[in-house]
Every structure is written in structure tokens, then in C-alpha cells.
Design a protein around this ligand. Structure first.
Ligand code: GDP
Ligand code: MN
Length: 376
């Protein structure tokens, strides 16, 4: 889960990393009051979980409280790369002498953490990294050894950062470790005209697997959560949205994954997949179908169940209950095999819903679902 800039800033502050004075507002009037408290002038910054706010017009200077109110009114409600701005951060403006870039990131290919730092920070860092890679230092960090003062000194000198940044580099590593982060980034870390080092912007990505320890950020990420994923999660199901036309329901991760491959092999693309898990009941099947059917991209649905702990007759009863309650509008191809398959097929056969077809093999079912997705 990504944190908002103001949340990252709060963590920096808690770990002794110097940041400018700042407060969050969700209305223009509130922005005006904060600017007054900050001494009149303020940088008004959109709070959205995406980068490049500056270039998108989401970071603007206001010379007095009235201007802060007006600027906040313009930024609140803005759409930045698909993210609606609901709050702004008002920060005390600083005189920038130099902008640096520093981050620690989990590098999955290298299987370890990497310090990335540059003396050419700021809004053009991507450009710098692409055209002058030698201006960006990349130094592996051992998770167990961490970033000591000596290590921070090594990073700073490799990147050409002034020695005053060493303390920030050490503390930033502490943020990563103590806050269960997979990424911490400061861009820009600045040297002010007065010679102070300040973190002017922050990005922190918290490991989702550590949410139980990081409950302060909320149980789920309200900005990023897909509404159908949320609906599925509420019912204890795993649902993932993809970009094709065939809805896929299966039991067990392995079977679901191979079903996706078979659908792709039939020339169609899965629209999503839903794993109803090992102990799927009629209720679970009904819940799953209603989640899948409410996705407008879905043109046909493939239910592929290999009965083990989940008996096929329970799945069939779930399907029958579901087609009666959710009002089926899209064709459903069902393949039941394994535990109680014959009884399951008989239950579906008796119900004889015009939009429900059965197939005996996984390949046959996938082929038929792909065909239906193309014709409806
Ligand atoms: P981003 O574009 O989403 O990364 O937003 P930032 O918070 O990094 O702001 C973008 C740019 O605005 C920074 O790189 C700075 O150059 C500039 N900026 C932000 N705050 C201040 C400030 O207090 N004073 C000055 N002079 N520039 C600022
Ligand atoms: Mn930035």
C-alpha cells in the first residue's frame, strides 16, 4: 500500500528526518487558515497516490492566505492521472539551493535492497536516470547490516551528496525497517539557501503483508481498491480483475491459474478470476457469481471446479441458487469433475436454465466460453 505524502512526511518527522512545517486541508477555507498559521505564504500540494503532481499542476505556490484558499479551491477535486484530489497539504515554502534524490527500494530481481541516490534530484529525475545513468548511484544494502553511518557515507559520496545528508540516509533506512516499507523515497531532498537539509516530498510503500502491524494506515487502501475486489474480499473470496471478456471461477489457485491459460489458448482473454477456495458452499458460489456478473466487461462465464473437499453437488446447488437470485444475463459454461460430479451435473441438468451449459472437459469448457464471449 502506498501512503500519501502527508503520511510519509509524518513518518519522517517521527524518525527525526527534518521536514518543512505543514498541515493537511480538505477545504479551501481550512487551507486559508493553515497558510495564515504558516506565516502567510504556502506551497499547496495535491494529496494523491501518484507521482508527477508538480508537472500536472498539483503543486503550486501561494503568496498569502487568500491565494492559498483560491489555489486550494483549484487543486481540490482535480484529477491527476486518474486520482481525484480530496485533500491538499499546505507546506511552509523553502528557498531551494540544491535538489537531491534518495530512496531505498526492494529490488526483487537482485533479491535485496538497493539505495538509489542522485545529486540531480527533482522533477526531472526520470529523465536524468534515462539519459545520464552515471548521475544516479545504485548501491546494494544488506537487510541485516542495514544503513550505518559508514554505509550512508558511502552512498552519499557515490552520489555526490553533501556530508550533511548522511544522518537523513541513516534515519530513512530506519523508516523502512520500522514501518515495514518496501520503498521509501525522498524527491527532492533539498539543501536550502540557509544550508539546512529538508525532505520536501516523500513516498512510502508499506508491505501489504505487514498491514496487521501497520493498522494506523487503515485496513484497506480506499483509493486503490477495486470495488469488486472489495466486495469479494468482504465475502472472503479472492477476486482479481484482468482485461478480457471471459469471467473465470474456479476452486483452488492452481486450477484457476491453469484455467486462465486454457482460456487464453482458445483465443479469448480472461476478464477476471475468482477463486472460491477449497470449501466452497452454495452461498460462496452464489456470492462469487454475483461478483463476476456485475463486471460489465464479462461476456461469458466459465466455472471450472474439480471437486475435492468441495463436492460438485454443492457447487451445482450454488449455481442453481445463484442463477435464480442474481438474474443471469450472460451465458455460463460449467465443468464439474471430481467428488460427486455426476450428482452435480444432474442437479444442473434438472434446472435446465437456458443460459447454463455444461462441458465435460476443461478444454471443451474453455473453448465454448471463448466462443460465447465472441458471439454475444
Ligand atoms: P511531485 O511532482 O509529485 O514529485 O511533487 P514535489 O513535492 O516533489 O514537488 C515538485 C517540485 O516542486 C519539487 O521538485 C520542487 O522543485 C518544487 N517545490 C516543492 N516545494 C517547494 C518549496 O517549498 N519551495 C520551492 N522553491 N520549490 C518547491
Ligand atoms: Mn517529488
Amino acid at each position: 500500500m502506498d501512503l500519501y505524502e502527508h503520511q510519509a512526511r509524518q513518518l519522517f518527522e517521527e524518525h527525526g528526518i527534518p521536514v518543512p512545517r505543514a498541515e493537511v486541508a480538505d477545504s479551501p477555507q481550512q487551507a486559508r487558515g493553515i497558510a495564515r498559521r504558516l506565516g502567510g505564504r504556502a506551497v499547496v500540494k495535491a494529496q494523491v497516490k501518484t507521482g508527477g503532481r508538480g508537472k500536472a499542476g498539483g503543486v503550486r505556490f501561494a503568496a498569502d492566505p487568500a491565494a492559498a484558499e483560491l489555489t486550494a479551491r483549484q487543486i481540490l477535486g482535480m484529477d491527476i492521472k486518474g486520482h481525484r484530489v480530496r485533500t491538499v497539504l499546505l507546506a511552509e515554502p523553502v528557498d531551494i539551493a540544491e535538489e537531491f534524490y534518495v530512496s531505498y527500494v526492494l529490488d526483487r530481481t537482485a533479491g535485496g535492497f538497493l539505495a538509489i541516490a542522485s545529486a540531480q534530484g527533482g522533477m526531472e529525475i526520470e529523465e536524468v536516470a534515462a539519459t545520464r545513468p552515471q548521475a544516479v548511484a545504485r548501491i546494494p544494502v544488506d537487510r541485516a547490516e542495514g544503513v550505518t553511518s559508514a554505509k550512508a557515507g558511502e552512498i552519499a559520496s557515490a552520489a555526490g551528496l553533501p556530508p550533511q545528508t548522511v544522518d537523513v540516509l541513516v534515519r530513512l533506512w530506519q523508516v523502512l525497517v520500522r514501518e515495514d516499507a518496501l520503498l521509501v523515497e525522498v524527491n527532492p531532498l533539498v539543501r536550502t539557501a540557509q544550508g539546512r537539509i529538508l525532505a520536501l516530498d516523500g513516498k512510502v510503500t508499506v508491505d501489504d503483508n505487514a498491514r496487521f502491524r501497520q493498522a494506523r494506515w487503515g485496513a484497506r487502501d480506499e483509493e486503490h481498491q477495486d470495488p469488486l475486489e472489495a466486495a469479494a474480499a468482504e465475502r472472503g473470496l479472492t477476486y482479481v480483475r484482468l482485461d478480457g471478456q471471459v469471467g473465470v471461477i474456479g476452486n483452488g489457485a492452481g486450477l484457476v491459474m491453469s484455467t486462465l491459460d486454457v482460456v487464453a489458448g482458445c483465443g479469448a482473454r480472461p476478464a477476471n478470476f475468482l477463486d472460491i477456495g477449497g470449501g466452497a458452499s452454495a452461498q460462496v458460489m452464489a456470492d462469487g457469481l454475483s461478483v463476476i456478473l456485475s463486471d460489465p466487461a464479462v461476456k461469458s462465464v466459465l466455472v471450472n471446479v474439480f471437486g475435492g473437499i468441495t463436492a460438485c453437488d454443492a457447487v451445482a446447488e450454488g449455481i442453481v441458487a445463484a442463477v435464480d437470485t442474481v438474474r443471469l444475463t450472460k451465458p455460463l459454461v460449467v465443468r464439474l469433475d471430481g467428488n460427486n460430479a455426476a450428482r452435480g451435473r444432474a442437479i444442473l441438468g434438472e434446472r435446465a436454465h437456458p443460459l447454463v451449459e455444461q462441458a465435460t472437459t476443461m478444454d471443451g469448457a474453455a473453448r465454448r466460453a471463448a466462443e460465447l464471449a465472441h458471439t454475444v
